[in-house]
Design a protein around this ligand. Sequence first.
Ligand SMILES: *[C@@H]1O[C@H](CO)[C@@H](O)[C@H](O)[C@H]1NC(C)=O
Ligand SMILES: *[C@@H]1O[C@H](CO)[C@@H](O)[C@H](O)[C@H]1NC(C)=O
Ligand SMILES: *[C@@H]1O[C@H](CO)[C@@H](O)[C@H](O)[C@H]1NC(C)=O
Ligand SMILES: *[C@@H]1O[C@H](CO)[C@@H](O)[C@H](O)[C@H]1NC(C)=O
Ligand SMILES: *[C@@H]1O[C@H](CO)[C@@H](O)[C@H](O)[C@H]1NC(C)=O
Ligand SMILES: *[C@@H]1O[C@H](CO)[C@@H](O)[C@H](O)[C@H]1NC(C)=O
Ligand SMILES: *[C@@H]1O[C@H](CO)[C@@H](O)[C@H](O)[C@H]1NC(C)=O
Ligand SMILES: *[C@@H]1O[C@H](CO)[C@@H](O)[C@H](O)[C@H]1NC(C)=O
Ligand SMILES: *[C@@H]1O[C@H](CO)[C@@H](O)[C@H](O)[C@H]1NC(C)=O
Length: 774
Amino acid sequence: MPIRWAPVLACLVVGALGDATVAEDFDPLQYVDVLIGSTNAGNVFPGASLPYGMAKAVADTNSSSNQGGFTLDGNPVQGFSVSNLGPSPYFSGSPSLGNFPFFVYPSCPGDDINLCDFPKKTRVNHGSFKPENVKAQPGYFSITLDMGVQAEMTTTQHTALYRFTFPNGPGSNGTYPFVMQDLSDLSDSRQDNGTVSVDAQTGRISGGAKFLPSFGSGSYTAYFCTDLSGPSIQDSGIYVNSRATTEAKDLTISRSINGYPLPGGGFVRFQDATTPILARTGVSLISTEQACANAEAEVPDFNFDSVTKAAKDAWKAKLSPITVSAGGGVAKDLITNFYSGIYRTMVNPQNYTGENPLWKSDEPYFDSFYCLWDSFRSQIPFLVILDPVAVAQMIRSLIDTYRYEGWLPDCKMSLCRGYTQGGSNADNVLVDAYLKGISDGIDWNVGYQAIVKDAEVEPYDWATHGRGGLDSWKSLGYIPVQDLDYKGFGTMTRSISRSLEYAYNDFCISLMSKAMNNTADQEKYLDSSENWKNVFYPDQTSFLPTGVDTGFKGFFQAKYLNQTWASQDPLTCSNLDTTGIACSLQNTGRETFEDSTWEYGLSPRSSPFSNITMLADQARARRGRTSTFLGTSTRLQEVSREMTIPARWAQCVPHHAPFFESVNLTHPTTGKTATIRNVNFDPSYEAIYIQSATMNGQPYTKNWLDHSFFLEGKELVLTLGKTESTTWGTAVKDLPPSTGKYVGFNGTASGQRLRSKSALKYRSDTWKMDAFAR
Ligand SMILES: *[C@@H]1O[C@H](CO)[C@@H](O)[C@H](O)[C@H]1NC(C)=O
Ligand SMILES: *[C@@H]1O[C@H](CO)[C@@H](O)[C@H](O)[C@H]1NC(C)=O
Ligand SMILES: *[C@@H]1O[C@H](CO)[C@@H](O)[C@H](O)[C@H]1NC(C)=O
Ligand SMILES: *[C@@H]1O[C@H](CO)[C@@H](O)[C@H](O)[C@H]1NC(C)=O
Ligand SMILES: *[C@@H]1O[C@H](CO)[C@@H](O)[C@H](O)[C@H]1NC(C)=O
Ligand SMILES: *[C@@H]1O[C@H](CO)[C@@H](O)[C@H](O)[C@H]1NC(C)=O
Ligand SMILES: *[C@@H]1O[C@H](CO)[C@@H](O)[C@H](O)[C@H]1NC(C)=O
Ligand SMILES: *[C@@H]1O[C@H](CO)[C@@H](O)[C@H](O)[C@H]1NC(C)=O
Ligand SMILES: *[C@@H]1O[C@H](CO)[C@@H](O)[C@H](O)[C@H]1NC(C)=O
């Protein structure tokens, strides 16, 4: 799904891993603003979660962009849900999860339960709140609704703990606070049959229901178990639609016949509102019993403050390895953006180890890879640096999925297969981790088998894994527009971007083949990684909508089966494309996915760098002109700060400097601290051009870094100036590695694994794999 943050994260990495002075008690959480992105359809999850946590508690609004649950766009709250996808940082499909929401009333009018509103559509009328009554921090979320209910929430791995208080005491002329829990999810996807049971003695509410994922096929069943603590229980029961009863304690509820799931759930009333009501909800994908066991084990004592502290400590531990100097006049907002961005890299994927009902295995199970097409170029390579232990578990989970389902997923959510968007991108993730030495319990032989299968075997359903059009790929060397593909089925568009992604996937496979001493495969996939050339049309021109010639020639273009060129305008799918035609998975005939060939041409990861000279010429030629064309700054450095299209190219040739005076990153497994320090740091960001650099005190002219920088804790010192240096980092030997086979680089690879000077056919081994190089 569309994640537009690749450049953002990359810039953070390039721009911030530097030198850091850290006070002993440095608390990075002071710089995390989890509400960033909760307006303007940012679709982030701003609620409480542990790193990679399964329980995700937040107040859900009824906003049309409530994909992450909560929004600050003026819409009222409809519930407090227990699980959430919290796409990081944003997802624009339908909302996912948000299961089993609570709603709480200070009392029902006249203490008549039938005068409380149960369905989402009516209870939302009681959900208004003021933005200043929202408090969100890593591991903690609090909101006070105007009707006089404060809902605070925190989580452990599988359990959400809520604390409901009533600042004004009971209202609406009733006495008994009313807590209800709904058998619904954010997108009202419940299928047959939802069940709920309420224990009259203890007030335990438990049950489960089947739901649909938002960007995948199939369904999943989720279970919950809620225990309550606080004032004495008055009574309890179930509700269906707009009516409740204390007579029945069990409910099995169907979908309604008109397709909208019938509202239903359980409720408990309390005798007074003098002490807070605590609600502890365990979740599970196995059973209600396991949901209860999870809750009992993780939150034995309903101690809200200690659970909150543990959640915060977990986040603090994850973020503390990176420190930036707040000195030199740097704006606090930038530091806040920085840490908030890092925080978001660990909200998803979710760790469902022990909660996978699909197969029995002792391997870890991670879910909510949403999707690898997005995260291979941004989030996951970053985590390879910052959290390699978690990445190893994610990779084991991907490989285990291959073992049991026959294919690596490209997207995996709520136990279901998500849709492919172009390419089999688990390949890239596996190879990145392999080349950077992540080994921890991973069976790399099976991993290799899995990525080769992606390249060799076309699945019948390539809409949810693998690659389509493999016959054409192998015989023609590209995915033709209007391909003939009778072996498998998926959306037959995106022929340009699919060709580019497949070439990149093959390039990655070639790198791993090389590292595994499989020369035949190395050659084979290196050759097919050159296939991007087959969709590069050197004579393609580009005119602005006004009819003005941009003056640039040479763009990727779609090609028919008969090898003649098709004619997608280079501006199609760009922000100057005003047709409104989707460039997504809808079958609209667009030959690029979510971007134009302008961007695909500038993006290093979509061309496997075999002839970086060609693309470099293109990019250089475009540089001075990007302002007219893209409506942004002329200088790449500035452009990258705008995080707009050419930023990805800027990452490839990063002449731009860090945002902070210094940054330190302590590698979590080697314990070594890498530092970037800026001499002549300028917080007004005029002096952002690198004039010279040293690495561990020695002159350094390469305009890129490799992974050993982080592993071995080196020190990079950049000297900055106000004008772009014409000499630093501009020589051919300073460019990022590329396939020497075609470009003729002959320098020494400085990569972490492929160090051998002999038989170095290419030296793209590390650079391509680096987070900031994508
Ligand atoms: C980075 O680490 C060095 C060495 O410990 C220290 O002198 C410097 O203050 C640190 N900088 C930051 C921003 O934490
Ligand atoms: C949310 O609920 C409010 C109150 O009922 C209503 O005015 C608004 O239209 C709803 N928003 C959406 C997107 O349905
Ligand atoms: C209390 O609420 C009930 C139900 O709305 C209403 O019938 C009754 O008149 C109310 N009593 C008072 C004293 O407001
Ligand atoms: C749903 O529950 C009803 C009543 O117990 C039962 O007849 C029906 O077969 C169930 N449907 C499914 C799909 O389990
Ligand atoms: C994932 O969950 C399992 C089981 O709870 C745990 O052992 C493991 O450490 C978790 N992994 C991460 C990266 O948190
Ligand atoms: C590949 O060969 C090198 C040199 O002989 C050796 O060190 C390395 O362990 C081999 N790698 C694998 C995966 O077999
Ligand atoms: C190639 O195929 C396209 C699409 O069917 C067609 O428009 C074009 O005329 C063909 N070109 C040649 C040379 O046959
Ligand atoms: C690579 O591109 C450059 C610049 O366009 C060109 O001169 C050179 O011939 C190309 N090399 C190969 C092997 O295609
Ligand atoms: C690398 O290329 C340069 C320039 O072509 C040449 O002078 C040098 O000998 C080459 N080095 C190696 C190790 O092949």
